[in-house]
Design a protein around this ligand. Structure first.
Ligand code: BTN
Length: 236
């Protein structure tokens, strides 16, 4: 990853830059191409939220054109990629724990990093997906936290190179290893959660992940399997 890399000043979103590069003639950006930017004017987060890029954040996107086998990305692979990227980010950051599916938070629940996967689905597969990561390195919005609080010597360059190495490992790791590593870094399991799903709000106890990477939540109405949703940890 990152053998092809573009470093930009101000962009709308590194996600857009990676897509535009992929569409360039003749062949476009290769698998694993990376776009890093200093600033984004329209950075986006999960579920339609904006992602503020202030000075002191590391923001980049990785173009994925294939799964582990070299074939187009399958739905099961796409389901695990956000978790794999969360594991890679937690390991490279050397601090923080994961809120499902992949927010990196401090122990007291402040956000250190966020991850956005945008896949161009065609039926049951994607020929292209863009994985975007934003990390508060030396500054953060008031309610969030930054990595320098925990690692005073960390630079954005060192973090980026370490994270590309981790992504290289985890994006192609076997599912069972991704799930085990995610559990080892998690802040979600065993906690009371409130989850906004496409089907509505539910509350319960987050008990585990299923083999597909979905979150299992024990509610008053039974065990629910959540494949997409926004989790709030109750009591933080
Ligand atoms: C989230 O927490 O909701 C995900 C945030 C993802 C932000 C990153 S910053 C780099 C890339 N470009 C974007 O516009 N978004 C992602």
């Amino acid at each position: 990853l990152g053998a092809a890399l573009r470093y930009r000043g101000t962009v709308t979103s590194t996600q857009d830059e990676a897509r535009a590069w992929a569409d360039e003639a003749p062949g476009g950006a290769p698998h694993g191409a990376v776009v890093v930017a200093e600033r984004q004017t329209a950075g986006r987060g999960r579920r339609g939220r904006a992602w503020d890029t202030t000075h002191g954040t590391l923001v980049f996107s990785v173009l994925l054109r294939q799964g582990a086998s070299g074939a187009p990305l399958t739905l099961p692979e796409l389901a695990l990629l956000p978790l794999a990227a969360g594991v890679a980010t937690a390991r490279a950051a050397g601090t923080g724990r994961l809120k499902w599916p992949n927010d990196l938070l401090t122990e007291d629940g402040r956000k250190l990093a966020g991850i956005l996967l945008e896949a161009d689905l065609r039926g049951e597969e994607a020929r292209r997906a863009v994985l975007g990561i934003g990390i508060n390195v030396s500054a953060a919005p008031p309610e969030a936290a930054h990595l320098r609080e925990f690692r005073p010597d960390l630079t954005r360059a060192a973090l980026l190179s370490g994270l590309l190495r981790e992504l290289h490992t985890w994006l192609t790791a076997p599912a069972a290893e991704i799930l085990a590593a995610w559990r080892a870094h998690n802040l979600t399991l065993g906690r009371a959660v409130r989850v906004q799903t496409p089907a509505g709000l539910l509350e319960g106890l987050a008990t585990d992940l299923d083999p597909q990477g979905s979150l299992l939540v024990q509610t008053a109405g039974g065990l629910r399997t959540i494949s997409a949703g926004d989790v709030q940890l109750v009591g933080t």
